[in-house]
Write a protein that binds this ligand. Structure first.
Ligand code: PAF
Length: 276
């Protein structure tokens, strides 16, 4: 595996297909499974590792975000990655005079709670696509709204990249894998799986109509609060637009963001009508 630190060193060979996994490092099995899929479908698998400052707000965890290039490089190599692109901030942002703002799908949920977050994400992902020039790019569905924002950006800007959104990888107790899980204290780690459990409870309730959607959501919020979470949002939304819905007439998702101690967790559970 080649570790590349500068944009100038990245030379795209257009005779091969390239599968790309953009990341901020601190790899876990979720990242590794994206890397393996990228490698299995393309001649070359490339991964970027860049903790992007522009997608973190004031008071968020940019400074403490876990960074360990040697460990990550070993893990990426073991997953079959050919190129690890790990630029520093001055490579990626010699200036910050151009931004990409995707409207319509960024105002609510993560975008509402983290103003500017998706402008940072869209801008860095567009830059990475232009630098790496992938055939296809792979993202995890845990960041469901991010997937929608990137899909909208790629369509609106006619970017020549195929997008692949892969299933969330979970710990055996259901907790969605995330680089931020390392922040959890032992006691909060034991509580954290309640988040996914509540998503499943709501899905089951919505499917059998055991109560109204509003009351299923508010009961779940109360139970989460009772075990120590502070819920930023918990909603049933249309999968394509992420607008809140109350009837299951289209593919949907239950989305959640909640804080547990100093850790902010997000998760979601999709309800696909044709798989019911
Ligand atoms: O999902 C992430 O890790 C980041 O938001 C991404 C897509 C690498 C952009 O910095």
């Amino acid at each position: 595996m080649k570790i590349v630190r500068s944009i100038a060193e990245l030379k795209r060979d257009h005779s091969v297909s390239l599968g790309f996994v953009p990341t901020m490092g601190a790899f876990h099995e979720g990242h590794l499974s994206l890397m393996r899929v990228a490698k299995s479908h393309h001649d070359v698998a490339a991964v970027s590792l860049f903790v992007n400052p522009t997608q973190f707000g004031q008071g968020e965890d940019f400074e403490r975000y876990p960074r360990n290039l040697d460990r990550d490089a070993e893990m990426a190599e073991s997953a079959g990655v050919d190129i690890l692109f790990a630029p520093d901030v001055s490579q990626m942002y010699p200036r910050k005079t151009t931004e990409i703002q995707v409207s319509g799908v960024t105002e609510r949920w993560e975008g509402g709670h983290r103003p500017g977050h998706f402008t940072g994400v869209a801008t860095v992902v567009a830059k990475l696509f232009n630098i790496v020039q992938p055939t296809a790019a792979y993202f995890g569905q845990k960041d469901l709204q991010q997937c929608l924002v990137i899909q909208r950006m790629v369509a609106d800007l006619n970017l020549p990249v195929e997008l692949k959104f892969e299933e969330t990888v979970r710990e055996s107790d259901g907790l969605a894998m995330s680089s931020r899980n390392v922040y959890l204290s032992d006691s909060n780690r034991a509580i954290a799986p309640n988040l996914y459990q509540e998503l499943k409870n709501i899905r089951d309730g919505v499917l059998v109509k055991s109560a109204s959607v509003d009351s299923l959501l508010s009961s779940a919020i109360n139970r989460l609060n009772a075990v120590g979470f502070t819920v930023d949002y918990l909603e049933l939304v249309d999968l394509d637009t992420m607008a809140p819905i109350r009837d299951l007439e289209q593919d949907a998702a239950i989305i959640v963001a909640a804080r547990l101690g100093s850790t902010r967790l997000i998760d979601n559970l999709r309800i696909l009508l044709n798989s019911l």
